[in-house]
Design a protein around this ligand. Structure first.
Ligand code: UT7
Length: 352
């Protein structure tokens, strides 16, 4: 049986964009620094009370429209997020209920920024084994809840009151993280290509928990009694801890390695690949990976300027834009690549 290909896509970004200049109201940073070091110009944030499953609804509905399918034609949901609506249950079942398809199996996978290569491999396995036919893969994130400021009114320019210096300092202490992430959702609908010349080719995936602390959240884990305590907030353990430089080096080393290894295994030359669909963590990471692979930068698309790092959302959001503006076409060879908290990293090949 032929592997999966993508038959529909959608994206949803909440609220109005928040510029780098707006961030400088709640922390010490500048538009110039953020643009130069990351390529990011703006990002979106979910509203208070708006969760990953809510953001996913908008993206999923647009993906269904583009695939010309009704929600009840989906027979599996793979929900990718590192910022679920609740500690449990996962957000996949909530999304199914919101789409009006209760009873459809929904799997939450926790590969953070590396979700898409894993999700594509899982979806392909489900389809090829006959367990599912039409799968909705969603990457959705509401990072707003872990942002290190509380002055959302000042951030949005709705108030010009002074920010408490202690709050401003907290923002500045966590600025490496805070300037990177934005919220949003992307959705892909996949099905067997029905054609032996097209579809999922293969993936090479890796996980290494020894490096989990390069980016992780210390607070709120079930190894503690209780799993949340006021002291955790005092110690700022609800805010992810990120070794930015270390993570950067890991990404620019492991991503070219895994792309070379996967393409070699499948006898694919890098020059045959139409698009390298890379996770959008920091534009400088993708520039370094492009240089290390020696590929044409025009084949490594970027949209991080507008959305920042939407973790599991970046790849489906980028693909939706490329489908809609005509860059992605049937028959093209795609190489997906991503690295994220876990650490998990990997690459996948698909003939669209
Ligand atoms: O999806 C996976 C998740 N995360 C990643 O992949 C993150 C990978 N790492 C990165 O993207 C980068 O390491 C960061 C964007 C987080 C940081 O950039 P960097 O070029 O590694 O900066 P740095 O942490 O080495 O800091 C350089 C300087 C420091 O000042 P001094 O010590 O040289 O005087 C920082 O204090 O830049 C300063 N700095 C800032 N200045 C203004 C750090 N963050 C900021 C900021 N605004 N937001």
């Amino acid at each position: 049986m032929a592997g999966i290909t993508i038959i529909g896509s959608g994206k949803h970004l909440p609220g109005a964009p928040v510029t780098n200049a707006a961030l400088s109201r709640v922390m010490e940073t500048t538009d110039e620094w953020v643009k130069k070091r990351t390529g990011i110009e703006q990002r979106h944030f979910a509203d208070e009370g708006e969760g990953a499953s809510d953001l996913a609804v908008g993206a999923a509905q647009k993906a269904l429209e583009s695939a010309e399918l009704r929600a009840d034609e989906l027979d599996y949901i793979i929900f990718c997020t590192m910022t679920p609506d609740h500690s449990f249950p996962g957000s996949g079942g909530l999304l199914g209920a919101k789409l009006g398809i209760p009873g459809v199996p929904a799997l939450d996978i926790r590969q953070q920024c590396c979700a898409m290569p894993f999700a594509l491999q899982v979806a392909n396995g489900l389809v090829v084994s006959g367990a599912a036919k039409t799968i909705l893969i969603v990457g959705a994130e509401a990072h707003a809840g872990f942002m290190p400021w509380k002055d959302w009114d000042v951030l949005y320019g709705n108030s010009d009151r002074a920010v408490d210096p202690a709050d401003f300092d907290r923002g500045t202490r966590h600025r490496g993280l805070a300037i990177l992430f934005g919220d949003g959702a992307g959705a892909l609908i996949v099905r067997a290509s029905g054609d032996a010349t097209r579809g999922f080719i293969g993936a090479e995936l890796h996980s290494d928990g020894r490096d989990a602390k390069q980016i992780y959240i210390e607070g709120g884990g079930f190894r503690r009694r209780p799993y949340w305590s006021p002291q955790m907030f005092e110690r700022e353990e609800h805010i992810p801890s990120m070794g930015g430089r270390e993570l950067f080096k890991t990404a620019v080393t492991r991503l070219p390695e895994v792309v070379r290894s996967l393409t070699k295994k499948h006898g694919v030359a890098l020059t045959e690949i139409d698009w390298f669909i890379a996770h959008q963590a920091n534009d400088r990471i993708n520039v370094a990976v492009t240089e290390a692979l020696g590929v044409d930068p025009a084949r490594v698309p970027s949209n991080i300027a507008r959305y920042g790092n939407t973790s599991a959302g970046t790849i489906p959001i980028l693909m939706d834009e490329m489908f809609r503006d005509g860059r992605l076409k049937r028959g093209q060879l795609l190489c997906f690549l991503a690295l994220g908290s876990g650490l998990h990293w990997g690459a996948a090949l698909m003939r669209l």
